[in-house]
Design a protein around this ligand. Structure first.
Ligand code: ATP
Length: 601
């Protein structure tokens, strides 16, 4: 397929602001893409060239892209830099300069999706051929054959930021529309309500498949080749991560027992969530973002072979640094030190990890996702042998709020985060936050005592002492999962250490956007908008109603945070895994409820 057609569709998508319209255009594009090229298009839209767990990353620096533009257009570095400082986007810069160049050139060979993809693959970090010079040449080659619109995307793709405003939910919606139209030629003539119902149903099935097989490119290919019936064969597979389940919140032991009745209550450990796939001697560890983080955990890989009996399985747990001398858990700040590329063996000796397993979803080819938790836990207990590294999460069956409260206090006393209560009858609900898991952290006393994971959507350069860091405060947003949008909720200026300021400034300055990014909703204007990419953890005193912020805005009132402060970066979360509007609304209502109880007592 000609890349030009794709670029023209991308251009149309970029120029509409209604998500419905955007989805329709995308559905039209994917209907046109041949089945052997759909994977590539989906990955490119995700800012990737392969599923995240394969580690074939693109995401090069601006310098490389600028050099390639210089090489391809003949403009000087100064010209490129000047244009870039005006446009704020290397894509537009490339587009304008290629346009200038083309007035003088006659020969343009057609670019194909295959060619664009092949060059990007050769440039990629894993399996790529290396040197900066070669990367520049491969990119310049693409610019040489590109039309101005194509050049815009060719520049943005290797930055891993195509700026279409299309996230995974929108891609899945577009597939649902494409299938609906294929299945029923009269689909467009149906009543709005009927069309919506059909779309929702199809989308749900597509998402269910994606939840157990985190490769949207592969799912897309199956849909193109076999339609919805192809999804019946999509199942949990060793080597491919699933999308993790998540926990709801309730404010007290009493409400948890009211909701679940007799339930399993476990310690809530504060470390790395790990999904482990064992396929004989091939062990892989995935993060909650579906990235392959196997190399970070040499001691766990070793222990899997000795402590986990089945040859094939998929298990889940939390890994954290543990002091064997004192039998104490280290705080998260120590565990996180393992997140590094070098000297892992040294860190492993200094702060060895323990792995607390809490779930199993596949054993020797048997998919256990639909088994009730009580059976999965029993299975888990039967497949782990005693050893130094791997243990089961501590668990008690409890049906009494008083006993739950006691267990909770005991865990807090041991330096843990709190507890996780689990519905004994619930299946493993991949990719969703449901009441099958409920978390309880330190007790709420009428103020907000849980943290939120929020997406940075903008920043302000520092004032006074902070000028030197180029960053003084952040504008952050929660995620509106229904609309696939990020809605402003707070400006965060405290909790940022000098090191964090420096690090964040360097990360954020690379993803600055001249205008408000399409997926961002905010009436508060920061000095610099950034693409919604990075997540930070924020603690606040309270959720309040405010006309300023856009989160959950109704009748002119949104939700905002009072006294927000950053507690840490959440590099393990994708923007789409940030706290959702629905969660903020629930936290707000819990806060109101508890605040009333508290006052009454
Ligand atoms: P939090 O910041 O509260 O950890 P989160 O958004 O990171 O929230 P949630 O899904 O809300 O994640 O909470 C579940 C997380 O708690 C899991 O991702 C996992 O990392 C961690 N965890 C610790 N102990 C357990 C346990 N026993 N069972 C399940 N999850 C656990």
């Amino acid at each position: 397929m000609d890349f030009k057609i794709v670029a023209e569709y991308f251009d149309r998508i970029e120029n509409v602001s209604s998500r419905l319209e955007m989805t329709d255009i995308l559905a039209e594009l994917i209907a046109k893409v041949p089945k052997d090229e759909i994977k590539k298009i989906v990955y490119l839209m995700q800012g990737q060239i392969a599923p995240a767990f394969e580690g074939q990353e693109i995401g090069f620096g601006e310098k490389l892209i600028s050099s390639a533009i210089v090489k391809a257009t003949g403009f000087s570095r100064k010209d490129v830099d000047e244009r870039f400082s005006k446009t704020g986007d290397l894509g537009t810069t490339a587009e304008q300069l290629i346009e200038g160049k083309q007035q003088g050139s006659l020969f343009v060979t057609e670019l194909t999706v295959e060619k664009v993809f092949a060059n990007l693959q050769r440039m990629s970090t894993r399996g790529g051929e290396g040197s900066q010079e070669l990367k520049k040449k491969l990119l310049a080659e693409l610019f040489n054959s590109a039309s101005p619109t194509e050049a815009r995307y060719i520049a943005r793709i290797p930055l891993s930021n195509i700026r279409l405003g299309v996230g995974d939910p929108t891609i899945m919606d577009a597939f649902a529309i494409m299938i609906a139209k294929q299945n029923d030629k009269e689909f467009e003539e149906k009543k709005e309500d009927d069309r919506r119902k059909i779309k929702i149903e199809l989308r749900e099935q597509i998402e269910n498949a994606y939840n157990v097989y985190s490769d949207l490119g592969e799912i897309a290919e199956i849909l193109k080749e076999h339609g919805m019936k192809g999804l019946a064969n999509v199942s949990i597979t060793p080597g491919t991560p699933i999308r993790p389940t998540a926990a709801e919140r309730l404010p007290s032991a009493k409400e948890i027992i009211e909701k679940l009745g007799k339930c399993a209550v476990e310690s809530k450990y504060d470390g790395f969530r790990v999904m482990i796939s064992k396929d004989n001697d091939k062990v892989k560890i995935f993060s909650r973002q579906s990235e392959d983080i196997t190399d970070m955990f040499p001691e766990i890989i070793e222990a899997i072979q000795t402590q986990i009996k089945p040859k094939k399985c998929f298990i889940e747990g939390e890994a954290l640094a543990y002091n064997n001398e004192t039998n104490e858990y280290y705080p998260f700040q120590i565990t996180i030190q393992r997140k590094r590329k070098y000297d892992i063996e040294k860190k492993a000796k200094e702060y060895p990890l323990k792995l607390f397993l809490f779930d199993v979803v596949l054993v020797d080819g048997k998919n256990m996702m639909n088994e009730p938790f009580r059976n999965r836990r029993k299975k888990l207990e039967s497949i782990v042998t005693k050893g130094d590294i791997i243990e089961l999460s501590e668990m008690k069956i409890i049906d009494d709020p008083g006993v739950l409260e006691e267990f909770f206090e005991e865990k807090i006393g041991q330096g843990l985060e709190g507890i996780m209560a689990k519905d004994l009858d619930a299946p493993y609900i991949a990719g969703a936050r449901k009441f099958s898991w409920i978390k309880l952290k330190r007790s709420y006393k009428g103020t907000l005592d849980d943290t939120l994971d929020l997406v940075i959507i903008g920043y302000y350069p520092g004032k006074g002492k902070r000028t030197q860091f180029g960053l003084g405060a952040l504008l952050v947003a929660s995620y509106n999962a229904k609309k696939d949008r990020f809605e402003s909720i707070a400006k965060v200026g405290t909790g940022l250490t000098e090191d964090t300021l420096v690090e964040l400034e360097s990360m954020l300055s690379k993803i600055v956007s001249k205008a408000r990014p399409v997926r961002v909703i905010s009436e508060v204007e920061p000095d610099y908008w950034v693409e919604p990419k990075y997540v930070i953890e924020v603690r606040a005193d309270e959720i309040t109603q405010s006309p300023m912020h856009s989160c959950c805005k109704k009748e002119g009132k949104g939700l905002a945070l009072r006294f927000p402060r950053m507690t840490r970066q959440r590099g393990d979360k994708l923007a789409e895994q940030a706290t959702t509007n629905k969660e903020v609304e629930k936290m707000f209502s819990i806060q109101k409820r508890v605040s009333m109880d508290y006052r009454q007592n």
